[in-house]
Design a protein around this ligand. Sequence first.
Ligand code: SF4
Length: 569
Amino acid sequence: MKKHPSPSSGVAPAEAGVIRKPWPGKCHVGLIFPQRYGLAMSNLGYQTVYRQLNAFDDVVCERFCLPEKADGKLGSIESDRPPAAFDMLAFSVSFENDYPHILQLLDLARLPLLASERTAGHPLVVIGGIAAMLNPEPLAPFADIVLIGEAEAILPDFMDCYRQTSNRPQFLQHAAVTVPGAYVPAAFVIAHDAHGDIATVTPDPGFPATVKLARMPDVETIDTSTTVLTAETTFADTCLIEVSRGCPHGCRFCSAGFIYRPTRFRDPAFLTESIHHAMRRASRVGLVGAAVSDYPDLSAICQQFKGADLRFSFSSLRADALTDDLLQVLKANRTKTATIAPEAGSQRMRNVINKGLTEEDILCAADKIVTAGIPNLKLYFLVGLPTETEEDIHAIVALCRQLKSVFLDASRRQKRIGTITVHTNAFIPKPATPFQWAAMDTVAALQAKARILRSGLKTIANVRFQMGKIRDGYVQAVLSRGDRRVADLLLQRHHSGGNWSQALKQSALDTAAYVTRQRDRDAILPWDFIETGITKAFLWQDYQKALQGRMTPPCPPAGCTRCGACPAG
Ligand code: SF4
Protein backbone atom coordinates (compact mmCIF):
# COMPACT_ATOMS: atom_id res chain seq x y z
CA MET A 1 0.00 0.00 0.00
CA LYS A 2 1.15 3.49 -0.76
CA LYS A 3 1.39 6.14 1.94
CA HIS A 4 -0.51 9.34 1.32
CA PRO A 5 -0.39 12.54 3.28
CA SER A 6 -3.59 13.11 5.17
CA PRO A 7 -3.54 16.62 6.56
CA SER A 8 -7.16 16.55 7.69
CA SER A 9 -6.58 13.57 9.95
CA GLY A 10 -3.08 14.47 11.05
CA VAL A 11 -1.90 10.98 10.12
CA ALA A 12 -0.35 9.49 7.02
CA PRO A 13 -2.48 6.47 6.29
CA ALA A 14 -1.37 3.75 3.92
CA GLU A 15 -4.23 3.38 1.47
CA ALA A 16 -5.08 1.11 -1.44
CA GLY A 17 -7.89 2.01 -3.80
CA VAL A 18 -7.71 5.78 -3.42
CA ILE A 19 -9.16 7.61 -6.44
CA ARG A 20 -7.28 10.61 -7.82
CA LYS A 21 -8.61 12.48 -10.83
CA PRO A 22 -7.45 15.56 -12.71
CA TRP A 23 -9.21 18.74 -11.59
CA PRO A 24 -9.63 20.99 -14.64
CA GLY A 25 -13.16 21.32 -16.00
CA LYS A 26 -14.77 19.13 -13.32
CA CYS A 27 -17.30 19.57 -10.55
CA HIS A 28 -15.35 19.25 -7.28
CA VAL A 29 -17.07 17.52 -4.37
CA GLY A 30 -15.55 17.36 -0.90
CA LEU A 31 -17.09 14.30 0.79
CA ILE A 32 -16.97 14.79 4.54
CA PHE A 33 -17.44 12.21 7.27
CA PRO A 34 -17.93 14.07 10.56
CA GLN A 35 -15.73 11.72 12.54
CA ARG A 36 -12.09 10.70 12.69
CA TYR A 37 -10.35 9.00 9.79
CA GLY A 38 -10.56 5.47 11.22
CA LEU A 39 -14.32 5.63 11.68
CA ALA A 40 -14.83 7.33 8.32
CA MET A 41 -13.02 4.58 6.50
CA SER A 42 -14.91 1.88 8.43
CA ASN A 43 -18.19 3.25 7.09
CA LEU A 44 -19.40 1.33 4.06
CA GLY A 45 -21.93 4.00 3.04
CA TYR A 46 -19.26 6.71 3.01
CA GLN A 47 -16.88 4.50 1.04
CA THR A 48 -19.58 3.70 -1.50
CA VAL A 49 -20.64 7.31 -2.09
CA TYR A 50 -16.96 8.18 -2.64
CA ARG A 51 -16.79 5.64 -5.47
CA GLN A 52 -20.22 6.55 -6.88
CA LEU A 53 -19.39 10.24 -7.12
CA ASN A 54 -16.02 9.56 -8.71
CA ALA A 55 -17.74 7.30 -11.25
CA PHE A 56 -19.17 10.43 -12.91
CA ASP A 57 -16.66 11.54 -15.57
CA ASP A 58 -17.20 15.19 -14.76
CA VAL A 59 -16.90 14.86 -10.97
CA VAL A 60 -13.83 14.78 -8.75
CA CYS A 61 -14.67 13.62 -5.24
CA GLU A 62 -12.09 13.91 -2.46
CA ARG A 63 -12.42 13.00 1.21
CA PHE A 64 -12.35 15.01 4.40
CA CYS A 65 -12.81 13.87 7.96
CA LEU A 66 -12.54 15.28 11.46
CA PRO A 67 -8.97 16.39 12.23
CA GLU A 68 -7.19 14.77 15.16
CA LYS A 69 -6.71 18.20 16.73
CA ALA A 70 -9.71 20.49 17.35
CA ASP A 71 -8.02 23.38 15.52
CA GLY A 72 -6.42 21.17 12.88
CA LYS A 73 -5.98 22.35 9.32
CA LEU A 74 -8.56 20.98 6.94
CA GLY A 75 -7.28 19.60 3.66
CA SER A 76 -8.62 16.88 1.40
CA ILE A 77 -6.99 13.48 1.81
CA GLU A 78 -6.37 13.15 -1.93
CA SER A 79 -4.80 16.52 -2.75
CA ASP A 80 -4.62 18.54 0.48
CA ARG A 81 -6.87 21.20 -1.06
CA PRO A 82 -8.88 23.37 1.34
CA PRO A 83 -12.69 23.01 1.50
CA ALA A 84 -13.14 26.42 -0.15
CA ALA A 85 -11.62 25.00 -3.36
CA PHE A 86 -14.62 22.67 -3.79
CA ASP A 87 -17.95 23.39 -5.47
CA MET A 88 -19.82 21.23 -2.97
CA LEU A 89 -19.18 19.93 0.51
CA ALA A 90 -21.26 16.80 1.06
CA PHE A 91 -21.60 15.49 4.62
CA SER A 92 -22.36 11.81 5.11
CA VAL A 93 -23.99 11.59 8.54
CA SER A 94 -24.65 8.25 10.18
CA PHE A 95 -24.93 9.14 13.88
CA GLU A 96 -26.76 11.96 15.60
CA ASN A 97 -23.97 12.42 18.12
CA ASP A 98 -21.72 13.51 15.22
CA TYR A 99 -23.89 16.59 14.51
CA PRO A 100 -21.63 18.90 16.57
CA HIS A 101 -18.71 17.85 14.37
CA ILE A 102 -20.54 19.24 11.34
CA LEU A 103 -20.46 22.70 12.91
CA GLN A 104 -16.83 22.22 13.88
CA LEU A 105 -15.94 21.22 10.32
CA LEU A 106 -17.87 24.12 8.75
CA ASP A 107 -15.96 26.43 11.09
CA LEU A 108 -12.63 24.86 10.14
CA ALA A 109 -13.65 25.24 6.50
CA ARG A 110 -14.11 28.96 7.25
CA LEU A 111 -17.72 28.85 6.11
CA PRO A 112 -20.61 30.63 7.83
CA LEU A 113 -22.42 27.91 9.79
CA LEU A 114 -25.90 28.94 8.70
CA ALA A 115 -27.02 28.42 5.12
CA SER A 116 -28.79 31.80 5.30
CA GLU A 117 -25.43 33.52 5.84
CA ARG A 118 -23.64 31.83 2.98
CA THR A 119 -23.50 33.15 -0.58
CA ALA A 120 -23.17 31.61 -4.02
CA GLY A 121 -19.40 32.10 -3.62
CA HIS A 122 -19.32 29.46 -0.88
CA PRO A 123 -19.39 25.74 -1.64
CA LEU A 124 -22.88 24.24 -1.65
CA VAL A 125 -23.43 22.36 1.64
CA VAL A 126 -25.19 19.03 1.15
CA ILE A 127 -26.19 16.69 3.99
CA GLY A 128 -27.11 13.01 3.59
CA GLY A 129 -26.78 9.70 5.42
CA ILE A 130 -29.13 7.63 7.56
CA ALA A 131 -29.39 10.16 10.40
CA ALA A 132 -30.51 12.81 7.92
CA MET A 133 -32.91 10.32 6.33
CA LEU A 134 -34.72 9.79 9.61
CA ASN A 135 -35.01 13.41 10.72
CA PRO A 136 -32.86 16.14 9.18
CA GLU A 137 -34.58 18.98 11.07
CA PRO A 138 -31.93 19.68 13.76
CA LEU A 139 -29.45 20.16 10.89
CA ALA A 140 -31.86 22.05 8.62
CA PRO A 141 -30.44 25.59 9.09
CA PHE A 142 -26.89 24.42 8.31
CA ALA A 143 -27.68 22.67 5.01
CA ASP A 144 -28.36 24.19 1.61
CA ILE A 145 -29.89 20.89 0.59
CA VAL A 146 -30.51 17.55 2.30
CA LEU A 147 -30.62 14.30 0.34
CA ILE A 148 -33.09 11.87 1.89
CA GLY A 149 -32.71 8.27 0.81
CA GLU A 150 -30.30 5.84 -0.77
CA ALA A 151 -27.42 7.48 -2.64
CA GLU A 152 -27.73 5.26 -5.73
CA ALA A 153 -31.31 6.44 -6.18
CA ILE A 154 -30.42 10.12 -5.84
CA LEU A 155 -26.98 10.95 -7.20
CA PRO A 156 -27.55 10.56 -10.99
CA ASP A 157 -30.51 13.00 -10.99
CA PHE A 158 -28.79 15.25 -8.48
CA MET A 159 -25.71 15.64 -10.68
CA ASP A 160 -27.88 16.08 -13.80
CA CYS A 161 -29.73 18.87 -12.07
CA TYR A 162 -26.46 20.49 -11.03
CA ARG A 163 -25.20 20.39 -14.62
CA GLN A 164 -28.41 21.80 -16.07
CA THR A 165 -28.81 24.82 -13.82
CA SER A 166 -26.73 27.96 -13.80
CA ASN A 167 -27.23 29.50 -10.37
CA ARG A 168 -27.89 28.32 -6.84
CA PRO A 169 -31.52 29.42 -6.32
CA GLN A 170 -32.45 27.87 -9.67
CA PHE A 171 -30.58 24.67 -8.78
CA LEU A 172 -32.26 24.34 -5.38
CA GLN A 173 -35.74 24.91 -6.75
CA HIS A 174 -35.20 22.54 -9.68
CA ALA A 175 -33.65 19.88 -7.41
CA ALA A 176 -36.59 20.01 -4.98
CA VAL A 177 -38.94 19.23 -7.86
CA THR A 178 -36.91 16.81 -10.00
CA VAL A 179 -34.40 15.02 -7.74
CA PRO A 180 -35.79 12.13 -5.68
CA GLY A 181 -35.27 12.75 -1.95
CA ALA A 182 -34.06 16.36 -2.37
CA TYR A 183 -35.12 18.62 0.50
CA VAL A 184 -34.37 22.33 0.66
CA PRO A 185 -34.94 23.30 4.31
CA ALA A 186 -34.97 27.05 3.67
CA ALA A 187 -38.04 26.60 1.47
CA PHE A 188 -40.18 25.45 4.40
CA VAL A 189 -41.71 27.69 7.05
CA ILE A 190 -42.45 25.90 10.32
CA ALA A 191 -44.95 27.49 12.72
CA HIS A 192 -45.40 26.38 16.34
CA ASP A 193 -48.46 26.58 18.57
CA ALA A 194 -48.67 28.01 22.09
CA HIS A 195 -47.37 24.72 23.56
CA GLY A 196 -44.30 24.80 21.33
CA ASP A 197 -45.51 21.96 19.13
CA ILE A 198 -45.41 22.13 15.35
CA ALA A 199 -48.67 23.65 14.09
CA THR A 200 -48.04 24.02 10.37
CA VAL A 201 -45.35 23.26 7.81
CA THR A 202 -45.65 25.48 4.75
CA PRO A 203 -43.48 25.12 1.65
CA ASP A 204 -42.59 28.15 -0.47
CA PRO A 205 -44.47 28.41 -3.78
CA GLY A 206 -43.03 25.99 -6.31
CA PHE A 207 -41.72 23.56 -3.66
CA PRO A 208 -43.48 20.24 -2.95
CA ALA A 209 -45.03 19.89 0.52
CA THR A 210 -43.50 16.47 1.17
CA VAL A 211 -40.26 14.74 0.27
CA LYS A 212 -40.32 11.18 -0.92
CA LEU A 213 -37.51 9.06 0.50
CA ALA A 214 -35.56 7.75 -2.49
CA ARG A 215 -34.78 4.05 -2.55
CA MET A 216 -33.60 1.56 -5.13
CA PRO A 217 -36.20 -0.97 -6.30
CA ASP A 218 -33.56 -3.67 -5.86
CA VAL A 219 -29.91 -3.95 -4.87
CA GLU A 220 -29.19 -7.16 -6.78
CA THR A 221 -26.25 -5.88 -8.78
CA ILE A 222 -25.32 -2.74 -6.89
CA ASP A 223 -21.68 -2.82 -5.86
CA THR A 224 -21.60 -1.63 -2.27
CA SER A 225 -18.15 -2.56 -1.03
CA THR A 226 -14.99 -1.10 0.42
CA THR A 227 -13.31 1.29 -2.00
CA VAL A 228 -10.27 2.37 0.01
CA LEU A 229 -8.44 -0.18 2.12
CA THR A 230 -6.38 1.06 5.02
CA ALA A 231 -4.98 -0.52 8.14
CA GLU A 232 -6.27 2.33 10.26
CA THR A 233 -9.87 1.21 10.54
CA THR A 234 -11.85 -1.04 12.82
CA PHE A 235 -11.80 -3.51 9.93
CA ALA A 236 -8.12 -3.68 8.98
CA ASP A 237 -7.34 -5.88 5.97
CA THR A 238 -11.08 -6.40 5.49
CA CYS A 239 -13.19 -5.72 2.45
CA LEU A 240 -16.75 -4.97 3.49
CA ILE A 241 -19.52 -6.05 1.13
CA GLU A 242 -23.21 -5.30 1.53
CA VAL A 243 -25.25 -8.49 1.13
CA SER A 244 -28.70 -7.09 1.78
CA ARG A 245 -30.55 -3.90 2.57
CA GLY A 246 -33.44 -3.77 5.01
CA CYS A 247 -34.63 -6.41 7.43
CA PRO A 248 -37.85 -8.45 7.38
CA HIS A 249 -38.25 -8.87 11.15
CA GLY A 250 -39.76 -5.53 12.10
CA CYS A 251 -38.15 -5.06 15.53
CA ARG A 252 -40.10 -2.02 16.67
CA PHE A 253 -37.14 -0.10 18.12
CA CYS A 254 -34.98 -0.37 15.00
CA SER A 255 -35.09 2.57 12.60
CA ALA A 256 -32.88 0.86 10.00
CA GLY A 257 -35.33 -2.04 9.94
CA PHE A 258 -38.12 0.30 8.84
CA ILE A 259 -36.41 3.00 6.80
CA TYR A 260 -34.72 0.48 4.49
CA ARG A 261 -37.88 -1.54 3.80
CA PRO A 262 -38.51 -3.65 1.86
CA THR A 263 -35.70 -6.14 2.38
CA ARG A 264 -33.60 -6.50 -0.75
CA PHE A 265 -30.82 -9.01 -1.39
CA ARG A 266 -27.75 -8.99 -3.61
CA ASP A 267 -27.84 -11.46 -6.48
CA PRO A 268 -25.90 -14.60 -5.32
CA ALA A 269 -23.74 -14.74 -8.47
CA PHE A 270 -22.94 -11.04 -8.18
CA LEU A 271 -22.15 -11.42 -4.48
CA THR A 272 -19.87 -14.38 -5.19
CA GLU A 273 -18.07 -12.33 -7.84
CA SER A 274 -17.68 -9.45 -5.36
CA ILE A 275 -16.13 -11.83 -2.82
CA HIS A 276 -13.69 -13.13 -5.45
CA HIS A 277 -12.74 -9.55 -6.24
CA ALA A 278 -12.41 -8.71 -2.53
CA MET A 279 -10.11 -11.65 -1.80
CA ARG A 280 -7.65 -10.29 -4.32
CA ARG A 281 -7.43 -7.18 -2.14
CA ALA A 282 -7.70 -8.41 1.45
CA SER A 283 -7.54 -11.54 3.57
CA ARG A 284 -10.93 -10.94 5.20
CA VAL A 285 -14.39 -10.23 3.90
CA GLY A 286 -16.97 -8.61 6.15
CA LEU A 287 -20.51 -9.33 5.00
CA VAL A 288 -22.73 -6.42 5.96
CA GLY A 289 -26.49 -6.08 6.28
CA ALA A 290 -29.19 -5.46 8.86
CA ALA A 291 -29.88 -9.20 8.98
CA VAL A 292 -27.06 -11.04 7.22
CA SER A 293 -28.36 -14.42 8.41
CA ASP A 294 -31.55 -13.86 6.40
CA TYR A 295 -29.55 -13.97 3.18
CA PRO A 296 -30.92 -17.13 1.56
CA ASP A 297 -27.65 -18.54 0.18
CA LEU A 298 -25.28 -17.37 2.91
CA SER A 299 -23.94 -20.76 4.04
CA ALA A 300 -23.64 -22.06 0.48
CA ILE A 301 -21.72 -18.99 -0.64
CA CYS A 302 -19.34 -19.16 2.32
CA GLN A 303 -18.80 -22.89 1.72
CA GLN A 304 -17.64 -22.11 -1.83
CA PHE A 305 -14.61 -20.40 -0.31
CA LYS A 306 -13.77 -23.26 2.03
CA GLY A 307 -10.06 -23.93 1.82
CA ALA A 308 -9.34 -20.51 0.31
CA ASP A 309 -7.11 -18.19 2.26
CA LEU A 310 -10.06 -16.02 3.25
CA ARG A 311 -11.78 -15.25 6.54
CA PHE A 312 -15.39 -14.13 6.82
CA SER A 313 -17.09 -11.98 9.39
CA PHE A 314 -20.75 -11.00 9.61
CA SER A 315 -22.20 -7.71 10.81
CA SER A 316 -25.29 -9.35 12.31
CA LEU A 317 -26.49 -12.90 12.88
CA ARG A 318 -29.81 -13.60 14.55
CA ALA A 319 -29.74 -16.02 17.46
CA ASP A 320 -32.45 -18.15 15.82
CA ALA A 321 -30.52 -18.41 12.54
CA LEU A 322 -27.21 -19.84 13.73
CA THR A 323 -26.93 -22.91 11.54
CA ASP A 324 -24.15 -25.45 12.00
CA ASP A 325 -22.71 -24.34 8.65
CA LEU A 326 -22.49 -20.71 9.76
CA LEU A 327 -20.95 -21.68 13.08
CA GLN A 328 -18.34 -23.72 11.23
CA VAL A 329 -17.54 -20.66 9.11
CA LEU A 330 -17.13 -18.59 12.28
CA LYS A 331 -14.98 -21.26 13.86
CA ALA A 332 -12.79 -21.59 10.77
CA ASN A 333 -12.30 -17.83 10.94
CA ARG A 334 -10.93 -18.16 14.47
CA THR A 335 -13.74 -15.96 15.78
CA LYS A 336 -13.22 -15.35 19.49
CA THR A 337 -16.45 -13.54 20.36
CA ALA A 338 -19.99 -13.98 19.07
CA THR A 339 -22.87 -11.62 19.68
CA ILE A 340 -26.44 -12.37 20.68
CA ALA A 341 -28.96 -9.53 20.92
CA PRO A 342 -31.90 -10.61 23.10
CA GLU A 343 -32.60 -6.85 23.63
CA ALA A 344 -34.91 -7.67 26.56
CA GLY A 345 -34.94 -10.15 29.44
CA SER A 346 -38.58 -11.18 29.64
CA GLN A 347 -40.64 -12.80 26.91
CA ARG A 348 -43.35 -10.19 27.48
CA MET A 349 -40.87 -7.40 26.74
CA ARG A 350 -39.44 -9.19 23.69
CA ASN A 351 -42.98 -9.48 22.35
CA VAL A 352 -43.55 -5.75 22.92
CA ILE A 353 -40.52 -4.94 20.79
CA ASN A 354 -41.38 -7.66 18.24
CA LYS A 355 -37.98 -9.28 18.64
CA GLY A 356 -39.25 -12.71 17.67
CA LEU A 357 -36.80 -14.61 19.89
CA THR A 358 -37.76 -17.06 22.61
CA GLU A 359 -35.73 -17.82 25.70
CA GLU A 360 -35.01 -21.22 24.18
CA ASP A 361 -33.65 -19.56 20.99
CA ILE A 362 -31.28 -17.46 23.08
CA LEU A 363 -30.04 -20.26 25.36
CA CYS A 364 -29.69 -22.63 22.43
CA ALA A 365 -27.66 -20.03 20.49
CA ALA A 366 -25.28 -19.60 23.44
CA ASP A 367 -24.80 -23.36 23.69
CA LYS A 368 -24.16 -23.71 19.95
CA ILE A 369 -21.67 -20.84 19.89
CA VAL A 370 -19.53 -22.14 22.74
CA THR A 371 -19.80 -25.75 21.53
CA ALA A 372 -18.54 -24.56 18.13
CA GLY A 373 -15.37 -23.38 19.90
CA ILE A 374 -16.11 -19.65 20.17
CA PRO A 375 -15.22 -18.87 23.79
CA ASN A 376 -16.69 -15.40 24.45
CA LEU A 377 -20.23 -14.08 24.29
CA LYS A 378 -21.42 -10.51 23.95
CA LEU A 379 -25.05 -9.84 24.82
CA TYR A 380 -26.95 -6.70 23.84
CA PHE A 381 -29.91 -5.33 25.78
CA LEU A 382 -31.98 -2.15 25.66
CA VAL A 383 -33.16 -0.47 28.84
CA GLY A 384 -36.12 1.88 29.13
CA LEU A 385 -38.33 0.17 26.56
CA PRO A 386 -42.03 1.11 26.36
CA THR A 387 -44.12 -0.58 29.11
CA GLU A 388 -40.93 -1.80 30.85
CA THR A 389 -41.22 -2.49 34.58
CA GLU A 390 -38.67 -3.23 37.28
CA GLU A 391 -39.60 -6.87 36.85
CA ASP A 392 -38.41 -6.72 33.23
CA ILE A 393 -35.05 -5.36 34.39
CA HIS A 394 -34.69 -8.19 36.90
CA ALA A 395 -35.56 -10.54 34.03
CA ILE A 396 -32.39 -9.37 32.21
CA VAL A 397 -30.33 -10.48 35.21
CA ALA A 398 -32.25 -13.77 35.38
CA LEU A 399 -31.70 -14.45 31.68
CA CYS A 400 -27.98 -13.71 32.03
CA ARG A 401 -27.84 -16.15 34.94
CA GLN A 402 -29.42 -18.87 32.79
CA LEU A 403 -27.10 -18.03 29.92
CA LYS A 404 -24.14 -18.26 32.26
CA SER A 405 -25.19 -21.75 33.30
CA VAL A 406 -25.52 -22.94 29.67
CA PHE A 407 -22.27 -21.15 28.80
CA LEU A 408 -20.43 -22.83 31.68
CA ASP A 409 -21.62 -26.33 30.76
CA ALA A 410 -20.59 -25.87 27.13
CA SER A 411 -17.29 -24.21 28.12
CA ARG A 412 -16.39 -27.12 30.41
CA ARG A 413 -16.96 -29.53 27.55
CA GLN A 414 -14.59 -27.38 25.51
CA LYS A 415 -12.16 -27.19 28.45
CA ARG A 416 -11.95 -23.44 28.04
CA ILE A 417 -13.94 -20.78 29.86
CA GLY A 418 -14.36 -17.37 28.27
CA THR A 419 -16.22 -14.26 29.29
CA ILE A 420 -19.76 -12.97 28.92
CA THR A 421 -20.09 -9.24 28.33
CA VAL A 422 -23.51 -7.70 28.86
CA HIS A 423 -23.83 -4.42 27.00
CA THR A 424 -26.87 -2.23 27.56
CA ASN A 425 -27.99 0.99 25.95
CA ALA A 426 -30.79 3.38 26.72
CA PHE A 427 -33.73 2.90 24.36
CA ILE A 428 -34.40 5.93 22.15
CA PRO A 429 -37.81 6.13 20.41
CA LYS A 430 -36.56 6.67 16.88
CA PRO A 431 -38.36 8.44 14.04
CA ALA A 432 -40.04 6.27 11.40
CA THR A 433 -40.58 3.36 13.81
CA PRO A 434 -43.77 2.26 15.59
CA PHE A 435 -42.25 3.70 18.78
CA GLN A 436 -41.90 7.20 17.31
CA TRP A 437 -44.78 8.37 19.54
CA ALA A 438 -43.38 6.77 22.72
CA ALA A 439 -41.63 8.55 25.58
CA MET A 440 -38.04 7.82 26.46
CA ASP A 441 -37.30 7.08 30.11
CA THR A 442 -35.96 9.98 32.16
CA VAL A 443 -32.25 10.04 32.99
CA ALA A 444 -33.09 9.31 36.65
CA ALA A 445 -35.24 6.28 35.74
CA LEU A 446 -32.51 4.92 33.47
CA GLN A 447 -29.89 5.41 36.16
CA ALA A 448 -32.05 3.49 38.64
CA LYS A 449 -32.43 0.63 36.16
CA ALA A 450 -28.69 0.60 35.51
CA ARG A 451 -28.11 0.27 39.27
CA ILE A 452 -30.39 -2.79 39.43
CA LEU A 453 -28.51 -4.37 36.55
CA ARG A 454 -25.10 -3.58 37.97
CA SER A 455 -25.85 -5.02 41.38
CA GLY A 456 -27.61 -8.07 39.92
CA LEU A 457 -24.95 -8.90 37.34
CA LYS A 458 -21.99 -8.46 39.66
CA THR A 459 -23.16 -11.55 41.53
CA ILE A 460 -22.57 -13.66 38.39
CA ALA A 461 -18.91 -14.64 38.00
CA ASN A 462 -17.20 -13.94 34.66
CA VAL A 463 -19.95 -11.58 33.52
CA ARG A 464 -18.91 -8.04 32.64
CA PHE A 465 -21.46 -5.26 32.57
CA GLN A 466 -21.24 -2.24 30.28
CA MET A 467 -23.80 0.54 29.98
CA GLY A 468 -23.68 3.24 27.30
CA LYS A 469 -23.52 6.72 28.85
CA ILE A 470 -27.06 7.69 29.80
CA ARG A 471 -26.40 11.43 29.31
CA ASP A 472 -25.15 10.73 25.78
CA GLY A 473 -28.33 8.75 25.15
CA TYR A 474 -30.42 11.73 26.22
CA VAL A 475 -28.50 14.08 23.92
CA GLN A 476 -28.82 11.60 21.09
CA ALA A 477 -32.57 11.48 21.67
CA VAL A 478 -32.82 15.29 21.48
CA LEU A 479 -30.86 15.29 18.21
CA SER A 480 -32.81 12.35 16.86
CA ARG A 481 -36.31 13.59 17.72
CA GLY A 482 -35.95 17.36 17.73
CA ASP A 483 -37.20 19.93 15.25
CA ARG A 484 -35.15 22.70 13.69
CA ARG A 485 -35.06 24.73 16.90
CA VAL A 486 -32.52 22.16 18.11
CA ALA A 487 -30.09 23.82 15.67
CA ASP A 488 -29.88 26.71 18.19
CA LEU A 489 -28.82 24.22 20.84
CA LEU A 490 -26.11 22.91 18.51
CA LEU A 491 -24.95 26.49 17.94
CA GLN A 492 -24.95 27.15 21.68
CA ARG A 493 -22.87 24.04 22.32
CA HIS A 494 -20.50 25.01 19.53
CA HIS A 495 -19.98 28.48 20.96
CA SER A 496 -19.60 27.19 24.53
CA GLY A 497 -16.54 25.12 23.64
CA GLY A 498 -18.38 21.86 23.04
CA ASN A 499 -19.93 21.60 26.48
CA TRP A 500 -23.32 19.84 26.25
CA SER A 501 -24.22 20.29 29.93
CA GLN A 502 -23.66 24.02 29.71
CA ALA A 503 -25.56 24.31 26.42
CA LEU A 504 -28.51 22.33 27.77
CA LYS A 505 -28.57 24.42 30.95
CA GLN A 506 -28.38 27.74 29.12
CA SER A 507 -30.87 26.88 26.42
CA ALA A 508 -34.46 28.06 26.74
CA LEU A 509 -35.50 25.04 24.69
CA ASP A 510 -37.64 22.46 26.50
CA THR A 511 -35.61 19.44 25.36
CA ALA A 512 -37.60 17.06 27.55
CA ALA A 513 -40.63 17.82 25.38
CA TYR A 514 -38.86 16.09 22.48
CA VAL A 515 -37.61 13.18 24.53
CA THR A 516 -39.59 12.10 27.58
CA ARG A 517 -43.07 13.08 26.42
CA GLN A 518 -45.54 10.63 24.96
CA ARG A 519 -46.86 12.09 21.67
CA ASP A 520 -50.46 12.00 20.46
CA ARG A 521 -51.43 10.11 17.37
CA ASP A 522 -52.27 13.35 15.55
CA ALA A 523 -49.19 15.32 16.62
CA ILE A 524 -47.19 16.73 13.71
CA LEU A 525 -43.79 15.14 14.22
CA PRO A 526 -40.73 16.99 12.87
CA TRP A 527 -40.04 14.25 10.30
CA ASP A 528 -43.63 13.85 9.10
CA PHE A 529 -42.88 15.65 5.82
CA ILE A 530 -40.79 12.64 4.72
CA GLU A 531 -42.74 10.01 2.81
CA THR A 532 -40.90 6.83 3.77
CA GLY A 533 -43.39 4.61 1.94
CA ILE A 534 -44.53 3.11 5.25
CA THR A 535 -47.91 4.49 6.20
CA LYS A 536 -48.38 6.32 9.47
CA ALA A 537 -51.53 4.25 10.00
CA PHE A 538 -49.46 1.04 9.92
CA LEU A 539 -46.89 2.43 12.36
CA TRP A 540 -49.61 3.55 14.78
CA GLN A 541 -51.40 0.22 14.57
CA ASP A 542 -48.13 -1.61 15.19
CA TYR A 543 -47.47 0.65 18.19
CA GLN A 544 -50.87 -0.23 19.64
CA LYS A 545 -50.13 -3.92 19.13
CA ALA A 546 -46.84 -3.40 20.96
CA LEU A 547 -48.61 -1.86 23.94
CA GLN A 548 -50.83 -4.95 24.07
CA GLY A 549 -47.79 -7.26 23.80
CA ARG A 550 -48.94 -8.53 20.40
CA MET A 551 -46.49 -9.37 17.68
CA THR A 552 -46.43 -8.65 13.96
CA PRO A 553 -45.04 -11.46 11.79
CA PRO A 554 -41.93 -10.87 9.66
CA CYS A 555 -42.33 -9.77 6.05
CA PRO A 556 -43.50 -12.67 3.88
CA PRO A 557 -41.50 -13.42 0.71
CA ALA A 558 -44.15 -11.94 -1.62
CA GLY A 559 -47.67 -10.62 -2.00
CA CYS A 560 -47.72 -8.29 1.01
CA THR A 561 -48.81 -4.67 1.12
CA ARG A 562 -49.19 -4.48 4.90
CA CYS A 563 -46.96 -1.51 5.72
CA GLY A 564 -47.04 0.22 2.35
CA ALA A 565 -43.35 -0.16 1.47
CA CYS A 566 -43.90 -2.81 -1.22
CA PRO A 567 -45.71 -2.00 -4.44
CA ALA A 568 -49.17 -3.56 -4.81
CA GLY A 569 -49.58 -6.36 -7.34
S1 SF4 B 1 -45.33 -4.34 2.57
FE1 SF4 B 1 -45.19 -6.28 3.70
S2 SF4 B 1 -43.39 -7.34 2.85
FE2 SF4 B 1 -43.28 -5.19 2.18
S3 SF4 B 1 -41.97 -4.23 3.73
FE3 SF4 B 1 -44.09 -3.92 4.39
S4 SF4 B 1 -44.56 -5.65 5.77
FE4 SF4 B 1 -42.68 -6.16 4.64
